[in-house]
Design a protein around this ligand. Structure first.
Ligand code: SAH
Length: 394
């Protein structure tokens, strides 16, 4: 039997509203609806299946086939009802971004993926080995609206939001790349079956400016029948989008937040991060203190160090004061060169002094160097370089 149903009722994220009779009269027009299986939650799939009288358990099967087995045709499974399998084969798609380039760093082995979306837009994702961990840094938007002065992506402006499917797609794609490139796993001394263990939303975009898609992507990534990542292994990095922070914690109370601080001083922060004018850092931190507190989930303070801008003793003193009342850790990130800007990283001695100062205050602090320096892995750099090369050719 073939289900007499428009495929969007199986795959779409819209709830069923219309009576069955009306639904069955709909005629399928290819291309006019969203039929991508990537980006649909298993709960949604289960609900839609059961409303069609198909056992909801098959949603789990599809999830397992897609995300655990990395099947290209998840509907090709002998345990699925034949009608459902035929229906999905005919109407469903498993669409992922395509890899335009995968650049391996000879320096720390990280891999930068330049990815093309279905509309030709480009984003990037970076795979980073760290001892036994395998972290994927992924993008949440094409470009970014926040315009932080030291950030490459910030210079591009926002082109569009990514869908949940395009966010999850980056992870699924990287996972498949790993399965096809076991030599790389060998080179980084990881077992051939190693899976991506951590996700950080630190690629292009401000994830909390696209919070609905990010929340949905996190739901899918943590699904026990799919990728089954722990919430503690997913970090959402934000420039301080307070409305988004509220929505993130409403959906995922145990989410891990990375807060890009870069200056604890209000006027200075507003100069380098315009978002501070909308949501001043003090307001963001007050909300976190009230809702997470010192015993809550850890909050990672990201602090990009810029010579002569935010690297004085006074700056570290103010930064230390910010961490009070939170389960905070600090990452100091020496500025990664933005070729077109006059900003530079402080010299190593200054970075050490800054770090030691925080350390003496009993604060957990690490200096982190950007991965993949030789493949321009920091924040929108590769896409920026690619677009420049294209412009040069024209
Ligand atoms: N929009 C989010 C996530 C993307 S940026 C955010 O602001 O957190 C991820 C991190 O990289 C942020 O902490 C950002 O401030 C930092 N970053 C951006 N450009 C950088 C550069 N040139 N050098 C070092 N860190 C940079």
């Amino acid at each position: 039997m073939v289900y007499p149903t428009h495929p969007k009722y199986i795959l779409s994220n819209r709830p069923f509203g219309e009576p069955m009779a009306q639904r069955t009269r709909e005629i399928y027009k290819p291309g006019d609806i969203e039929t991508n299986l990537v980006g649909v939650t298993s709960q949604h799939l289960a609900r839609n299946l059961s409303q069609l009288g198909i056992p909801a358990v098959h949603a789990r099967t599809l999830f397992r086939r897609m995300y655990k087995d990395l099947a290209a045709e998840p509907w090709a499974d002998p345990t699925l009802p034949r009608g459902l399998a035929a229906h999905l084969r005919a109407y469903g798609r498993l669409e992922l971004p395509t890899i335009k380039k995968a650049l391996r760093s000879g320096y720390d082995q990280s891999v930068k993926f330049l990815l093309e979306l279905s509309d030709g837009r480009e984003i990037e994702a970076v795979l980073m080995p760290e001892k036994a961990r395998l972290t994927l840094c992924l993008s949440s938007q094409v470009g970014c609206a926040q315009a932080c002065v030291f950030c490459h992506t910030g210079r591009m402006g926002l082109t569009r939001q990514l869908s949940a499917g395009e966010i999850v797609g980056q992870l699924l794609l990287a996972q498949r790349w790993l399965a096809d490139n076991t030599d790389w796993l060998q080179a980084v001394r990881l077992a051939p079956e190693t899976r991506i263990s951590n996700v950080v939303f630190m690629g292009m975009g401000e994830p909390l400016d696209n919070v609905n898609a990010v929340n949905q992507a996190v739901t899918i990534m943590t699904d026990p029948y799919g990728l089954a990542l722990g919430l503690a292994h997913i970090s959402v990095s934000t420039a301080g989008h307070l409305d988004g922070i509220r929505e993130l914690y409403a959906a995922h109370p145990k989410a891990r937040l990375a807060l890009s601080v870069h200056s604890a001083f209000d006027s200075k922060r507003s100069r380098i991060m315009p978002i501070n004018r909308r949501w001043p850092l003090a307001e963001v931190v007050a909300w976190l203190r009230e809702h997470l507190g010192a015993d809550g989930p850890p909050v990672m303070f990201q602090y990009t160090m810029i010579a002569g801008v935010n690297d004085s003793d006074e700056d570290s003193e103010a930064l230390a004061a910010l961490t009070v009342g939170l389960n905070a850790k600090i990452n100091l990130i020496p500025l990664n060169d933005v070729a077109t800007s006059r900003l530079a990283a402080p010299d190593p001695g200054r970075i050490q002094a800054f770090r030691d100062h925080l350390h003496r205050r009993g604060i957990r602090v690490m200096v982190r160097y950007s991965k993949g320096q030789d493949i321009a892995a920091a924040c929108g750099q590769l896409v920026a370089i690619e677009s420049k090369a294209k412009a040069d050719l024209n």
